[in-house]
Write a protein that binds this ligand. Structure first.
Ligand code: FAD
Length: 317
């Protein structure tokens, strides 16, 4: 079922999760071990991230170096199929522009359509590890809006090869990313919302937000988006902060603020368990407020800490 349909039919706030594929060499069992306990909360869907290939230098036997491309976390499409098969829940693959030609994207969409996957999250992706700024693939897309356009074309049966007449129409429901505290490259929030609106104008159906630790950022964003004519569901994405290192790492990676109260409580934590408890309490407080204010979905970034999310949901629901 499409995410928009789930939301339209839900009588209360829906739960969803995001997971990462395991690093290459690890088994799918690590995904099941991560998700098994969380299934108790009957998520409507599970998102699976996509990770672009990285360029690394490998030493040859003669001492010289060669540049090779490796993908550390492959398997997004296979994991989506496995999740749908094992748990019977909707799986949402993320699709990124970075590192992909339009043709590779089209082929991925055809695979997803054949697998019966109805939803995708269309993203630009970040700059490659060896780049300062995002550089598009020479035959790919520069912005997520172009990816949205390509998916919509396929939904209309229009393939890249112009001689394909009456091509089968896909039927993807398309999510895009939104940033309550603005994207790190955006000069200001209004410009960022302007480009969000373009993604929606090209046919995206809903928005999932970047994580935030202060709900007011999310609710202010909702207001601003509404004032700018955005009328699609905006799904809040939340994640527990569970160690002191993340106090500086998360703001620098995701361009989000850590509220002073959360910072102070985390600084007092003397053990890993105490740090988990701080993250858990904060996330629980955020979720209670989100539920009380009737958000359509609470989307949990479960990376690394599924049991913290589990404990929060146990207390929440
Ligand atoms: P865009 O919408 O293209 O925006 C990128 C920047 O360009 C913004 O600053 C925007 O304001 C600006 N902009 C947009 N359109 C234009 C235009 N036409 N002209 C000029 N400026 C423009 N990354 C991954 O690699 N894999 C994942 O699985 C993944 N999952 C994510 C899930 C969520 C919910 C979120 C919020 C992010 C995720 N990311 C993922 C990170 C995301 O790829 C980065 O944040 C990336 O830098 C921006 O992606 P975007 O789709 O928002 O890009």
């Amino acid at each position: 079922m499409k995410v928009t349909q789930h939301i339209a039919e839900a009588k209360k706030t829906i739960i969803s999760f995001e997971i990462l594929p395991p690093t290459k060499g690890k088994s799918i069992e690590s995904i099941y071990a991560h998700l098994d306990p969380l299934m108790e909360f009957k998520p409507a869907f599970v998102n699976v991230t996509y990770h672009r290939a990285e360029q690394v230098y490998k030493k040859r036997p003669d001492g010289s170096f060669e540049r090779v491309e490796i993908r550390k976390r492959p398997g997004t499409v296979g994991i989506c199929a496995a999740i749908m098969n094992k748990y019977g829940v909707e799986a949402i693959p993320h699709l990124i522009c970075g590192g992909f030609s339009k043709e590779e994207t089209e082929n991925a969409l055809i695979d997803l359509h054949f697998l019966g996957i109805k939803n995708v999250l269309a993203l630009r992706g970040d700059a490659a590890a060896n780049e300062k700024f995002f550089t598009p693939h020479p035959h790919g897309h520069r912005y997520a809006e172009e990816l949205v356009k390509q998916i919509i074309e396929l939904n209309n049966g229009k393939y890249l090869e112009e001689d394909i007449m009456e091509g089968v129409k896909t039927d993807f429901c398309i999510g895009v990313a939104g940033y309550p505290e603005k994207h790190n490259e955006a000069p200001n929030i209004d410009t960022d919302i302007y480009y969000l609106k373009r993604k929606l104008g090209f046919g995206a159906d809903y928005v999932t937000t970047q994580l935030f630790f202060n709900n007011e950022h999310y609710f202010n964003y909702l207001t601003r988006c509404k004032e700018n004519g955005v009328n699609v569901p905006i799904i809040p994405g939340v994640k527990p902060l569970t160690n002191k290192r993340q106090l500086t790492m998360i703001p620098s990676i995701f361009n989000v603020e850590v509220p002073v109260d959360l910072y102070n409580e985390m600084m007092k934590a003397k053990t890993d368990e105490a740090a988990d408890r701080v993250g858990e309490e904060w996330l629980l407080m955020q979720c209670k407020d989100l539920l009380a204010r009737n958000v359509p979905v609470i989307h949990f970034y479960t990376l690394g800490k599924p049991m913290v999310v589990y404990n929060v949901l146990r207390k929440l629901l």
